[in-house]
Design a protein around this ligand. Structure first.
Ligand code: DOR
Ligand code: ZN
Ligand code: ZN
Length: 384
């Protein structure tokens, strides 16, 4: 069978941890992981150390990307909850504004309605406002976007019922889009039992009935984004090597230790899961199973990500995938510095063998072929 040729994909939600968390990931390892997952562009979140909440910090982070990135990129600016003007001044350098209305990793959460209203009113674009906002706070964000005429993007929708108020707002003329993560589509809260801290993420994984509803309502979803949020194995604690679905079925036949569950619930490990290298093989497997068409997959991973953020596809870019036969995602062997995957043991299809970006081969058989700094800021499209 000839290899499958795809356009270079774009992941609109990643955390590459530089500056401040380079033991988890840095711009070199994170953009290499992007290429090995078939993504030629990534949009990076502002919850770094220090947080990216003004022109100076954003400019410094852009400098790191300019020196080290091997994929293309766009960077978000955040809001420190206080200095609206500082956030506004960074807007021309940013791909969008990221607001956290619920608890997250880092301390960028702003819940105070008056402050949120101020920043919704003042944001000048051209990028949209992207929000980490689950259920109740998502409704607040929808109201603010409507009141101030802002373009809103809801990150990692946390419950399939949240898709309805988004759709209703859209019907009323609010410009709102949303993304769902692969972990909300391919894992359920069963994984928390099986993997402990390695399935701990915000928004949390949901019961399998709700996973089914996400799939049934996929027509209401604009994009899939990994929310690639690496933490090290040391930070997450011991991972069971036998953490496949088969091993779980075995475990379920054994008597449960109730104290174990309680300890896991109170997990002190930081929330977040890597995902850049597993999204495409998981989706190709879903296409193979007839759960969605290849065309719809490309809307979710290429067309709409660019449209939502008003970005141009990088010219002369392509991803070549050797489909082969279905396989189980491995325990190790990833390019991400954290080196693990919550999807370990899941069925997947396809290996990225070659990636072309702006006319040059940038990745082949596990190796990055370009020097650090080849990556460029994603260009704005005319209509944005
Ligand atoms: O689980 C999460 N991890 N949720 C977030 O909102 C942030 C992310 C991170 O940066 O680790
Ligand atoms: Zn988030
Ligand atoms: Zn995130």
């Amino acid at each position: 069978m000839p290899n499958l040729m795809l356009p270079g994909l774009v992941d609109v939600h990643v955390h590459l941890r530089e500056p401040g968390g380079t033991h988890k990931e840095d711009v070199a390892s994170g953009t290499a992981a992007a290429l090995s997952g078939g993504f030629v562009g990534i949009l990076d979140m502002p919850n770094n150390t220090p947080p990216i909440t003004d022109r100076q910090t954003l400019y410094q982070k852009l400098g790191i990307y300019r020196a080290k990135a091997v994929s293309d990129y766009g960077l978000f600016v955040g809001f420190d909850g206080e200095h609206v003007q500082a956030t506004v001044e960074a807007a021309p350098l940013a791909v969008g504004l990221k607001l956290y209305l619920d608890e997250t990793f880092g301390d960028l959460t702003t819940r105070e309605p008056a402050r949120l209203a101020e920043v919704f009113e003042a944001w000048p674009g051209p990028g949209p406002i992207a929000v980490h906002a689950e259920s109740a706070s998502m409704r607040v964000a929808l109201q603010l976007a409507e009141r101030y005429g802002q373009r809103l993007h809801v990150c990692h929708v946390s419950h399939p019922d949240d898709l309805f108020p988004i759709d209703a707002a859209r019907q009323r003329g609010v410009t709102v889009t949303c993304e769902v993560t692969p972990h909300h589509l391919f894992l359920s809260d069963e994984a928390v039992e099986r993997l402990g801290a390695y399935a701990h993420v915000k928004p949390a994984l949901v019961p399998s009935e709700l996973v089914d509803l996400f799939w049934q309502r996929l027509h209401l979803v604009d994009a899939v984004a990994s929310d690639h949020a690496p933490h090290t194995r040391t930070e997450k604690g011991e991972m069971p090597r036998q953490s496949t679905p088969a091993a779980l079925r075995q475990k379920q036949r054994e008597p449960q230790d109730p104290a174990m569950g309680a300890r896991r619930e109170a997990s002190p490990a930081p929330p977040g899961l890597p995902g850049l290298e597993t999204t495409l093989p998981l989706f190709l497997r879903a296409v193979d199973e007839g759960r969605l068409t290849l065309e719809r997959m490309l809307e979710l991973l290429h067309d709409n990500p660019l449209r939502i953020y008003g970005l141009q596809a990088a010219a002369d870019s392509a991803v070549e995938v050797d489909l082969g036969t279905p396989y189980r995602l491995p325990f190790e062997g990833y390019s991400t510095r954290c080196g693990w995957s919550p999807f370990v043991g899941q069925w997947a299809l396809g290996h990225v063998v070659r990636v072309r970006l702006r006319g040059r081969p940038v990745y082949e058989d596990g190796r990055v072929l370009v020097a650090p700094g080849y990556g460029q800021p994603l260009g704005r499209s005319e209509q944005a």
